[in-house]
Design a protein around this ligand. Structure first.
Ligand SMILES: [Zn+2]
Length: 338
């Protein structure tokens, strides 16, 4: 397969006019040649933190606090999940996953409730969609037999050292929420030596130093933090120390569109467009151990093609800034999966 247009190539997403060659799902060559195509070819997004399970509760819970919305076991989300039929849950998740795929997301890191049954329901929902789900189970140790990792709610809820050790023994990933409401659960989370942390809105200097020392990656979800009113993560400071991925968090609070998340972080924080695009692609891929997120030979061809001549994008002078700050789902003309 060949694609042509402006290719956002390499780890710096350097706009390169030319042709991209894909063989058996792998990028094999980028050739700089003149082309009449106005397409913009970009790595597909890796949404580094989702809770697709609450697709049954979109826009529920207006005016509720963060704890009333999502704290286990009796937050609104958990009550609605318990009340729903499995078929209803799976179908609502499938609809959200379909929306993510159509919007250029090639993989997502999902924190799933409900133990092994919850993880299996997520795989059922994603099975018919061309996307790579990376699923983190919780609630019982045996989820590690089915899931790609363990996704802990946070160190203020429990100790999680048994789960952390079990994940390591099973050679699976361990992620944990930290620093969402306040800084108090950050050091206990870091003590677990997790594979990544989620949120870190309230990271202080001591935590930033520990992140830098260990190289522990962080996933930020700024739109979610705005909705729940907990603050804005210190994205530039985090980027100075470690790998930072970008996630859309709970579907009940926000649409799982990486375009919207990128625009928010680009306009809310002092971060360059290539850095934001890296957060939305290569960094999430690195955290999940996926071979995508960068357009270079040898990488999986998980790609997003945008119509650079859409009414929204025609005339743009900086394709990386356009993808990050302006583009939307309606500009997507093709999503290529390996
Ligand atoms: Zn979360």
């Amino acid at each position: 397969m060949e694609l042509s247009g402006t290719i956002l190539a390499g780890p710096e997403y350097e706009p390169t006019e030319g042709r991209l060659v894909v063989e058996s799902g792998t990028i094999t060559a980028i050739e700089a040649v003149e082309t009449a195509s106005s397409d913009i070819i970009c790595p597909a997004f890796v949404n580094a933190h989702t809770h697709i399970g609450d697709s049954i509760a979109k826009e529920a819970g207006r005016g509720l606090s963060l704890d009333e919305l999502v704290a286990p076991p009796d937050g609104l989300k958990h009550r609605l999940l318990r009340e729903a039929e499995r078929s209803e849950l799976v179908e609502s998740m499938r609809r959200s996953i379909e929306f993510m795929a159509v919007g250029g997301t090639g993989a997502f890191l999902e924190f799933r409730e409900g133990g092994t049954g919850g993880v299996e329901a997520l795989y059922d929902a994603a099975g018919s969609v061309d996307i790579e789900p990376v699923v983190f189970g919780r609630d019982e140790l045996s989820v590690l037999e089915t899931a790609d990792g363990y996704g802990a709610s946070g160190a203020r809820d429990a100790d999680f050292s048994v789960e952390r050790t079990a994940a390591r023994k099973a050679d699976k990933l361990f992620g944990i929420h930290a620093g969402e409401r306040d800084p108090h659960d950050i050091n206990p989370a870091l003590d677990l030596d997790p594979d990544f942390l989620v949120h870190m809105v309230h990271a202080e200097e001591i935590h930033l130093e520990r992140l830098g020392d260990r190289g522990t990656p962080v996933v930020v979800c700024p739109r979610s933090n705005l909705v729940t009113g907990v603050g804005i993560p210190p994205v530039p400071e985090l980027l100075e120390r470690t790998t930072v991925g970008l996630g859309t968090d709970n579907v009940m609070l926000n649409s799982p569109s990486m375009f919207r998340e990128m625009e928010f972080v680009a306009k809310l924080c002092d971060v360059s467009a290539p850095e934001v695009l890296r957060m939305a692609t290569a960094s999430g891929a690195k955290i999940a151990g996926l071979n995508c997120g960068v357009i270079e030979p040898g990488r999986d061809a998980r790609l997003l093609v945008l119509d650079g001549d859409s009414d929204n994008l025609s005339g743009v002078r900086d394709p990386v800034r356009a993808v990050v700050r302006r583009a939307g789902v309606s500009d997507v003309s093709n999503v290529v999966m390996p």
